[in-house]
Design a protein around this ligand. Structure first.
Ligand code: CS2
Ligand code: MN
Length: 368
């Protein structure tokens, strides 16, 4: 298990590299050029700047999250070849500086959807919250219009400047079925995976969050069965999964331990987080501790341990605690606590199994 930590970049994150450095056992950052719009090439010079910043703290930049996919690729329109060519150039540029894994998602229009970024937990901390009925009863076009006239209706991720495009995109997706979306993913993978193989850099698809259709948009990365289908689209270790326990785990029919076993050779990157599921289908993110939520984090770490997992792991989202002001879900404190819980479990399983730890390095050295 190789621990990494998501960092949104200089001036774009409340957490600094020097703070991340003080979390035990973190070897690299998970990063992206967040200002580059989906579909454009990431310039080598810009990538090298991040590498230089990370180098100063002894962090590697082997894990990239995310290189986003242009909507034309998901929609399968004729412009897609141009954007796939750009994606390929970005893959090559990233490989040139030593990146090993690129996380991406194939969700139409949005990344994750939540109804409240600061849902309250009983200890008075806050966390990302999803109210199922609220999303189900919502007509997205109506909502777009409402937000345009009254911004208080806004949902996370529905930036006012995107509203015009949103309406159009919803209309275009009306005719796209799940089968179409899967075909478009296949078309994309068939073009990019050979490049990944040649440059030794893996693609790792992130599951849809939440893992069911929202606002009538198709979703194809929601279950073990669909993940297997995606693995079969191009049968190569370079076509991999970012196994996110929190995203997949809000469906009771998703068994994360079974997924780890089934896809063990195809998981270059794992996201770990816990969520509390409620009977009405709502969920709220919680601390990583098994007892605090509905997902058996201890069994998940055991499953990774049992397959001798060599991939990268990051704590996914965290709560907002100790009055921290930060990006929703991406504070320092709770994610750092999460890491210590994950290491605690991992080290305990190592002990139980009498594993050789002679090559384990200590993060800290005594400075005179
Ligand atoms: C989220 C996403 O669960 C998560 O990791 O924070 O933003 C995720 O990074 C993207 O969906 C991956 O492409
Ligand atoms: Mn995730």
């Amino acid at each position: 298990m190789r621990m990494v930590f998501r960092w949104f970049g200089e001036g774009n994150d409340s957490v600094s590299l020097s703070e991340i450095k003080q979390i035990p056992g973190v070897e690299g950052i998970v990063w992206a050029l967040h200002d580059i719009p989906a579909g454009e090439v990431w310039p080598l010079e810009r990538i090298k700047e991040v590498k230089k910043q990370a180098d100063e703290y002894g962090f590697h930049i082997e894990v990239v999250e995310s290189v986003n996919i242009h909507e034309s690729i998901k929609l399968g329109t004729k412009e897609r070849d141009h954007f796939i060519a750009n994606y390929i150039q970005t893959i090559k540029n990233l490989a040139a500086v030593g990146a090993k894994v690129i996380c991406y998602n194939f969700m139409p229009v949005f990344d994750w959807v939540r109804t409240d970024l600061f849902g309250k937990l009983s200890d008075q901390s806050t966390a990302l919250f999803y109210e199922k009925a609220k999303v189900e009863n919502m007509d997205p076009i109506e909502l777009v219009e409402k937000i345009a006239t009254n911004p208080t209706y806004t949902m996370p991720g529905w930036e006012p400047e995107r509203l015009d495009t949103l309406k159009e995109l919803f209309a275009t997706y009306q005719s796209i079925t799940e089968k179409d979306l899967m075909d478009h993913l296949q078309y994309f993978l068939e073009k990019v995976i050979p490049v990944c193989e040649a440059h030794d850099i893996k693609l790792a698809i992130h599951p849809d969050d939440p893992p069911w259709p929202v606002f009538g948009l198709p979703r194809i990365v929601t279950t073990q069965k669909q993940l297997q289908e995606i693995m079969n689209l191009v049968d190569s270790p370079y076509n991999g999964i970012t196994l996110c326990s929190g995203a997949l785990g809000v469906r009771e029919d998703n068994d994360i331990v079974a997924m780890i076993q089934q896809f063990q050779d195809r998981i270059p990157f794992a996201h770990i987080r816990n969520v509390e599921l409620r009977e009405n289908g709502d969920f709220i993110e919680t601390s990583h501790r098994t007892e605090d939520g509905s997902i058996p984090i201890d069994q998940i770490i055991k499953a990774y341990h049992d397959i001798d997992f060599q991939g990268y792991v990051r704590p996914d989202h965290g709560r907002h605690i100790w009055n921290e002001s930060c990006r929703p879900g991406y504070g320092l404190y709770d994610r750092a606590l999460g890491i210590m819980y994950l290491w605690g479990l991992w080290d305990a399983y190592q002990q139980l199994n009498g594993k050789d730890e002679s090559n384990v390095t200590n993060t800290f050295e005594f400075e005179k």
